[in-house]
Design a protein around this ligand. Sequence first.
Ligand code: PNS
Length: 162
Amino acid sequence: MSRIAVFPGSFDPMTNAHLDVARRAATLFDGLVVGVLNNTKKQPIFAIDERVGLIRASVADLGDHVRVEAFDGLTVEFARRSGASFVVRGLRAVSDFEAELQMAHTNRKLAPEIDTAFLMSALEFGYLSSTLAKEVAQFGGEIDGMVPPPVASALRERFAAG
Ligand code: PNS
């Protein structure tokens, strides 16, 4: 039996905390689909195709069993379409827990056959968020340790363009 997981998120943009979770999940599951939510309610800095492209470039060394796809709608429906029986999420700190617990229970209610697996974020990335990386980049701060190299280049370009 092959174990497939989806790793859903907004990824606007992918950070090193996300990449660390993807890297570790790639060793735990036979297949991993990073799902990039095309959330029409949020105004992302990177368009959906850009986010997918940046993640593909960032996870290229993780193996052929790792794919990156955009999705709309419910995460559990995306998981079902992907043949996944797990949703993977990273937990950085206690502050993440409440929202993640609520999401995990909601997803379980909607799709009892799909379970959520949490990976604790690496200690060195516990402070990181996409929002923080964007803010540092916007004001010209050093982002190299915060985001994968393709994302760092894209952020610099974006904010250099103004
Ligand atoms: O990176 P994020 O923004 O914390 O990811 C949140 C995400 C995309 C996992 C969550 O908002 C989500 O699953 N959205 C899809 C809609 C859905 O399935 N909602 C019900 C479960 S909360």
